[in-house]
Ligand binder design. Sequence first.
Ligand code: HEM
Length: 380
Amino acid sequence: MAGEDTMVVDAGRRELLPPGPPLPSTVQALAWALRPLEVMDRCYARYGNIFTLRVRRGRPWVFLTQPEHVKEVFTTDSELLRAGAGEANPLLGPLLGPRSVMLLDEPQHLSDRRRLLPSFHAQRMKAYGAMMGAVAEEQIERWPLGEPFALWPRMQAISLEVVMHSVFDGIHSMLERAHAVDGEWASEEKMRDELVTMLSDGPTATSLAWVFERLLRHPEKLERLRAELLAEEGEEYLDAVVKETLRLCPAVPIIMRRLTEPMHLGAYTLPAETIVAPCIYLLHRRADIYPDPLSFRPERFLEESAGTYSWIPFGGGVRRCVAVSFAQLEMREVMNTVLRELDLRPAAASSEGAARSSVSFAPDGGAIVLASRRMREALA
Ligand code: HEM
């Protein structure tokens, strides 16, 4: 890859950073704000596997696109890495509240994470699955038939309803555990911040919008999926479709951590305060890992299972999304219900691109479709 071996000395710090655009940070910030995906594509093409951008206050952001580097970050001691989510999205602090688990550092982060985890325990998934299917069924009743509409806001309504059903229950038991563990009630502000973290569930709705946007452009894959669902012989292909969508259209394109000390990574020594950014978007598009990477081909996940450090839509390490199973279950349940109830087709002639919303990247037309009800007899 061009420029991979070129090292640039950051004269101010006398540390070694990977190469990156030689533009003033204000220009880089502007390009990033307007076209982040294009900036990543271009830097990857120009500088290769690891590169540096200076986007916010000139602080270096080092983008990682190789599984080996990503593994190093995800397995590094959390003392060395601080939460970086607020850096990528300055809205996150005001949006989630400063006490949200996503923005906290150790030791508070881990103790809060432990309180959240039981709500997402495998034992609970069966009950959640039934609830998710029921919510989807009820919401689909309200969808317009025979006229174009955007799926994305409909998916937001579903995921909000789902999270309200599950998280209120979870919050209640969290309060009880907080009482039992700490001997005092968790503060109201803390509960508020946790609740907002859960309710601002952009990624599931966005991923659901993407899954239909992609599937409807590939009628033969849609038919394969529907045949599997109607035969009720497992959900292998359904799972592969979910995984391929999360690969090709990751709702969250980068993860960020802030270094508290210098870190050696490959040929480089990244100074303290650098942001290291495992880049989901670029890693998922590597041709050496995913041949013909821009094609939507769920079959690849039937042939080979998703790699821990090469398929990372939910991040990794001690900050990995707590809802990995929950979110994928929700996607499968909603897809299952929609495909059984409705025939969908795309309302726009060409595929939709990705546009940034407040917390994630969604189809720029909102996944516009036309729906008609499936004949019950056709299901028999
Ligand atoms: C397809 C859907 C989803 C995707 C793609 C997604 C993705 C992510 C990513 C990339 C992170 C950051 C991981 C890191 O920094 O390494 C994260 C963290 C988190 N997610 Fe999700 N997420 C999804 C759904 C959800 C849902 C439904 C919930 C809750 C109901 C949730 C709750 C959280 C929480 C609490 C964290 C912070 C974990 C921590 O810092 O320890 N996510 N998610």
